[in-house]
Design a protein around this ligand. Structure first.
Ligand SMILES: O=C(O)C(=O)C[C@]1(C(=O)O)C=C[C@@H](O)C=C1
Length: 294
């Protein structure tokens, strides 16, 4: 497999852990997810805010008919993720559910053998993703219709919500592959700040300002092109800009203020537990040689 593979999903079945964990490979997945996220946001933005879908008591019939005490979106996530859990989606190291795992069924299919990629961990920031999505992203991308706009398309808008959330979640949790890769390349730099937990030092080690800057420029280009209205015959560039499907600044700001910072938090959270249960001898050897010992 080439390190510049343009695959979208992490091809866990046909690649070695070294190939999967190459930084080039991981970044190519992150880059493809920019497209996915941009398109999914555009898909959601064609519906109204539909604030009712996010309120705990927005749909009283859910309580009566389904015994469900939370929002329409939370119920729909639970229903969707239940089906996905049955086909073992959440056994994959790059998939994390929004629903409390206690409410999800066991897989029907046999477990898959994954190569050893991530160290065991409990990282799941989906609660933070959901909160920011509901409180900030949805109001932002639907603002042209107004904050009280309700078009009654509760099913359609919730389907898009789930698609955006799942792309964001995959992108942000991918941070763990990034930091595993960085750790393996230079374990001696990380180990002291893991043993003597230091978030700031770890954050400084994983931060690559040039990569972030290039990402934001590329993302703005993508949002500019994908978000313009090309459907009207004869429209010139200026006319296309007037009927944008999504604002460039909105997409860029979602990444700048939320996606990148939370990815970095995930990277650091993961690193902090990276040595739990690793034999002391191996840790010493990694510090001494600055080479990863599996
Ligand atoms: O590409 C990396 O090295 C990452 O860690 C990912 C990412 C990002 O979220 O896009 C996060 C931190 C770095 O500063 C650069 C980019």
């Amino acid at each position: 497999m080439s390190s510049h593979s343009n695959m979208h999903t992490l091809d866990i079945h046909s690649a070695t852990s070294e190939e999967i964990l190459s930084l080039d490979n991981i970044r190519s997945v992150l880059i493809r997810l920019e497209e996915t996220i941009c398109f999914q946001l555009i898909e959601r933005a064609q519906f109204a805010r539909n604030a009712r879908c996010y309120l705990p008591d927005g749909f009283p019939q859910l309580k009566e008919r389904e015994g469900w005490n939370s929002s329409w979106l939370a119920w729909f996530l639970k229903e969707t993720e239940s089906t996905h859990a049955k086909v073992r989606r959440f056994e994959a190291p790059d998939e994390y559910p929004f629903t409390d795992p206690k409410l999800l069924p066991k897989p029907i299919l046999e477990p898959v053998e994954y190569p050893e990629l991530l160290w065991k961990h409990e990282v799941n920031v989906n609660d933070q993703i959901l909160k920011f999505y509901v409180e900030s992203i949805v109001p932002d991308i639907t603002k042209t219709l107004g904050e009280n706009a309700d078009d009654g398309h509760y099913g359609s808008s919730a389907i898009r919500d789930i698609e955006v959330l799942s792309a964001l979640s995959r992108r942000i949790h991918f941070g763990m592959f990034v930091s595993e890769s960085k750790f393996r390349t230079e374990p001696a730099a990380f180990i002291p700040h893991i043993l003597n937990p230091n978030r700031e030092a770890l954050a400084a080690l994983i931060t690559k300002p040039a990569v972030e800057a290039a990402l934001l420029v590329r993302l703005a280009e993508k949002a500019k092109v994908y978000g313009q209205d090309m459907d009207r015959a004869g429209a010139n560039a200026e006319e296309r800009e007037k009927a944008r499907k999504i604002e460039v600044d909105t997409v860029v700001s979602i990444y700048k203020t939320f996606v990148i910072p939370l990815t970095k938090e995930v990277e650091v959270d993961y690193l902090l537990t990276r040595l739990q249960g690793v034999e002391e001898e191996k840790v010493k050897e990694m510090v001494r040689s600055n080479k990863f010992v599996s």
